[in-house]
Design a protein around this ligand. Structure first.
Ligand SMILES: NC(=O)c1ccc[n+]([C@@H]2O[C@H](COP(=O)([O-])OP(=O)(O)OC[C@H]3O[C@@H](n4cnc5c(N)ncnc54)[C@H](OP(=O)(O)O)[C@@H]3O)[C@@H](O)[C@H]2O)c1
Length: 272
């Protein structure tokens, strides 16, 4: 089996590194192409048996499955370049905002969309599962192909299979965009702390991250329901205390801000 990855940007690199560093694929079974070959030098140095190229057709000739991870507006062009080489090849793409109908115009075979998250970047071999990968298959993907790609991604992410494309947009915001939103919150809280105390960035970040991890554990263990959030808020809020005041303030501000945030993101998603 030969797996091809077209596009070695942030997502292509995240997927390639997980596959290779977790021994999920033999290096000689992986072929990676990128427009700019220089980007591939480091991974080729680390895993000399992989094949690298800037020729997508050459990749398509030898790969049994192809993951395409180029900018969304490039996806149909890339499919157009390689379509003559595809013989029922399973195409997996990560490009947000491109529908199965858009793809059908160029390639009418088995297609899976996987929306990964950079929260799944390789960190260590132990407990490598991190972040979510959203998966939707079109009706041409057979059971063998669907389970094999789901199983592969499940090694380094938590796979969430969505029944249709319709929920992809909102789910993408929760899983792919949210690492940036959460990081921005951590940064803003750290900035304020550093400006208004003797703590430095690493101390502020340590306090926030350890609290985030503890909160996460409280919210997720056996409690994947919304009441767990309310329980946590109630437990932390002493009546009349500072947390209660803060929660009331945020509650009032966030409804409006979150509506606006989703509005902006939905608009951008459609413009892809
Ligand atoms: N970033 C995220 O968190 C995230 C999450 C979920 C989904 N996605 C989706 O995943 C896709 C990739 O995102 P990204 O963040 O990885 O983008 P990126 O960092 O901009 O990477 C895109 C890569 O594709 C390469 N490329 C472009 N056209 C090519 C072609 N014709 N042949 C070969 N390689 C080509 C680019 O090469 P050059 O180096 O030459 O420019 C670049 O390395 C996007 O569609 C995005 O919507 C991203």
């Amino acid at each position: 089996m030969k797996l091809g990855i077209i596009g070695y940007g942030r997502i292509g690199q995240m997927i390639s590194e997980n596959l290779l560093k977790l021994n999920l694929i033999n290096p000689d079974e992986l072929i990676i192409s990128n427009r700019n070959m220089k980007k591939l030098n480091k991974i080729k140095e680390d895993f000399p048996q992989i094949t690298i190229t800037d020729n997508n057709k050459e990749l398509a000739q030898s790969a049994d499955k192809i993951i395409i991870s180029v900018e969304s507006h490039e996806l149909l062009d890339v499919l157009g370049q390689i379509k003559e080489e595809l013989e029922n090849t399973h195409i997996i793409h990560t490009c947000a905002g491109i529908s199965f109908d858009d793809i059908k115009e160029v390639f009418d075979g088995p297609v899976t969309v996987i929306i990964p998250s950079l929260a799944s970047r390789f960190q260590q071999r132990e407990n490598p599962q991190k972040g979510i990968s959203l998966i939707v298959h079109n009706d041409k993907v057979n059971f063998l192909n669907s389970t094999s790609i789901e199983t592969l991604f499940n090694e380094f992410t938590y796979v969430k299979i969505l029944p249709s494309e319709n929920d992809l947009e909102i789910a993408t915001i929760l899983t792919s965009c949210a690492p940036a939103f959460i990081s921005l919150m951590v940064k803003k809280l750290s900035d304020y702390t550093v400006d208004n105390s003797s703590l430095d960035y690493s101390e502020a970040k340590y306090l926030i991250i350890k609290t985030l991890i503890g909160t996460n554990e409280n919210l997720s263990v056996d409690k994947l329901n919304i009441e767990a959030c309310e329980d946590m808020i109630d437990s932390v809020c002493t009546p009349g205390g500072i947390t209660e005041k803060g929660v009331k303030h945020l509650d009032a501000v966030l409804d409006k801000e979150i509506d606006q945030l989703f509005e902006i993101l939905f608009k951008r998603y459609k413009d892809n």
